[in-house]
Design a binder for this molecule. Structure first.
Ligand code: SF4
Length: 288
């Protein structure tokens, strides 16, 4: 029997599941019926933060079955819970909000919320990027227009928060070494210098028709090894690279929990209050 030695992070679903985009394939839709606040959720969210912090965790990710910024009060509430944990010693150096970025193009929205969220412990905003070109980005998100990425960066940095990109690897988009290199360079030109990528897929980790070919993905990994210096590997696969002073991270969308390993990539806090050792709940229950 193997004991858990390390729980690297916590990912929590936050808010009512509303979204301001209309993607053809929505990764969060299947979780939306659970999206409501409950005391059990708040209690287990707090317990998950404290558990991970005790097991050496260093990052908290706030996400949603929709777009978290569409329910800003729920985000504030989640960050208040985090701040309480932090004051009791459960501190994470990385507190990241995952977003489609649309509302961060609006400086009124940013002025209204970002100082409060920063005060409560948020330190980075990770914008999901399907295409560096804003017209293509708008088409994938199913919206009329998508804000200029430079504007998003300005609006966020003005409040002292960091901007990251989640550069999604998708067939016919960023799907091989050539398109990956072009996208990375395009994002760096737009002052986004911390970029995480993973191939899109099903919530259970299996491939979809949008997942890039295995050859394309291998090409991206080889490009990273040829052009960047590895800083550290992830126990679950992939790693972090230094590309001319910029951070490039490659990983998988989800990692299935393996009870024979002594680490957990992330505790996932679902909105029915369940905490699991991975996005795939089956065989990975931690708290109810
Ligand atoms: S932005 Fe996310 S939640 Fe909204 S429609 Fe697209 S995939 Fe779904």
């Amino acid at each position: 029997m193997v004991c858990i030695e390390k729980i690297y992070s916590v990912s929590a679903l936050v808010g009512n599941g509303a979204c301001n985009a209309k993607c053809d394939f929505c990764a969060g839709e299947y979780l939306r019926p659970e999206a409501r606040e409950s005391e059990l959720y708040n209690k287990n969210f707090e317990a998950a933060i404290k558990l991970s912090a005790r097991y050496g965790g260093w990052s908290l990710s706030l996400t949603s079955s929709g777009e978290p910024t569409c329910d800003p009060d729920a985000l504030t509430k989640a960050l208040e819970i985090y701040q309480k944990c932090e004051q009791q010693g459960a501190y994470f150096p990385n507190v990241n909000l995952f977003t489609n970025g649309i509302l961060f193009g609006d400086s009124i929205f940013c002025n209204k919320y970002l100082d409060t969220w920063k005060e409560l412990g948020l330190n980075n905003i990770a914008v999901s990027v399907h295409a560096v070109d804003e017209k293509e980005q708008a088409a994938i998100y199913g919206v009329e227009s998508y804000p200029a990425l430079e504007k998003i960066v300005d609006n966020i940095e003005k409040h002292g928060l960091g901007v990251r990109a989640t550069l999604l690897l998708r067939k016919n988009g960023v799907d091989d070494s050539k398109t990956y290199e072009a996208a990375v360079k395009g994002l760096i030109d737009k002052r986004i210098d911390n970029i995480t990528s993973w191939p899109v897929g099903n919530p259970d980790g299996t491939r979809t028709e949008d997942t890039p070919s295995r050859l394309g993905l291998l090409g991206i990994k080889m490009w990273l090894h040829r052009n960047a210096k590895m800083c550290h590997g992830h126990a679950w696969g992939g790693g972090v690279f230094d590309y001319k002073g910029n951070i490039l991270r490659i990983t998988d969308y989800v990692t299935k929990h393996n009870p024979r390993k002594d680490f957990v990539r992330q505790l996932v806090v679902f909105q029915d209050g369940t905490v699991a050792y991975s996005w795939i709940k089956e065989g990975a229950l931690c708290m109810k």
